[in-house]
Design a protein around this ligand. Structure first.
Ligand SMILES: NC(=O)c1ccc[n+]([C@@H]2O[C@H](COP(=O)([O-])OP(=O)(O)OC[C@H]3O[C@@H](n4cnc5c(N)ncnc54)[C@H](OP(=O)(O)O)[C@@H]3O)[C@@H](O)[C@H]2O)c1
Length: 251
């Protein structure tokens, strides 16, 4: 263990969804704390922005573009990465839709990126022994997977509930190699994801008032939780779902 248990110096960490929002911030904060970072997503231009932000901390991030719903891309990502001390599975997307329109094709689309992609990537990383002994896996799930905190998110919530459940089984099985697996369950965080749906900015401003801390999260609020779970400071924490929600679930 390093002198500072919160340091990520000497650790190699893969972050998916690193081109935007929570994943981008997590990759940057990981580098700031000393990690060597591998960043992945589909959009090369935005990945380049993340790479440049990381370079400010004197770190050269490795960029591996991947469409995580493609089996070929997932396999290629797994074979390209070196042995890892940490993995942050952050790619995903949102969907707001009333239940009467929640058809099978919508479930397939959402589960493909929010559930099957991180599950398959993690399965292969573990099977091919790419995650080192005592490594840490952090999965960005959602408060929407454990409670109904916003309307119209039935499919999204179901995909994150499934993810949360699966990761607890991983935590138990991967403990054999002392690999820890934890999820983070954020409430609403200011990223492009929450502005892509049908909810207006005025409705979001109104919704914010429900939060005891009177604001939505910022990407760094979640990234700080992720870097704690990646660090040795959390070495006795596994199978945990860390709720980061500005106090919303107190109500
Ligand atoms: N924002 C919130 O309120 C909130 C709350 C709870 C949980 N979350 C979860 O946090 C995670 C990050 O979300 P965010 O808010 O940071 O959203 P975001 O800014 O939209 O970022 C989503 C990331 O996922 C990547 N991605 C999406 N589809 C992909 C695909 N098919 N293959 C590879 N990468 C893909 C995107 O990159 P490319 O487009 O470049 O591929 C992007 O980097 C998600 O899992 C989300 O469900 C967000």
């Amino acid at each position: 263990m390093t002198e500072n248990p919160f340091s990520l110096a000497g650790k190699t960490i893969l972050v998916t969804g690193a081109s935007s929002g929570i994943g981008k911030r997590t990759a940057i904060e990981s580098a700031r704390l000393g990690a060597d970072v591998i960043i992945s997503a589909r959009n090369l231009e935005r990945l380049e922005e993340t790479r440049l932000a990381i370079a400010e901390f004197g770190k050269e991030a490795v960029v591996i573009p991947a469409e995580l719903t493609s089996a070929e891309d997932v396999e290629s990502l797994v074979s390209s990465v070196p042995d890892l001390d940490g993995v942050v599975l952050c790619s995903g997307k949102g969907l707001t839709l009333p239940v009467q329109f929640a058809s099978r094709d919508k479930f397939d689309e959402m589960f493909s990126i929010n559930f099957f992609s991180p599950v398959e990537l993690l399965r292969l990383l573990y099977k091919k022994k790419k995650i080192k002994k005592e490594g840490s896996v952090v999965v960005i799930a959602s408060l929407g997977g454990t409670s109904v905190y916003s309307g119209g998110n039935s499919i999204y919530g179901a995909s994150k509930a499934a993810l949360n459940s699966f990761m607890k089984f991983c935590a138990k099985e991967f403990a054999a190699r002392k690999i820890r697996v934890n999820t983070i369950c954020p409430a609403m965080v200011e990223t492009p994801l929450i502005h892509r749906g049908t909810v207006s900015d005025e409705q979001l401003q109104e919704d914010m008032k429900r939060y005891p801390l009177k604001r939505y999260g910022q990407p760094e609020d979640i990234a700080y939780g992720a870097v704690y779970l990646l660090s040795d400071a959390s070495c006795w924490v596994t199978g945990h779902s860390l709720v980061i929600d500005g106090g919303l679930s107190l109500q």
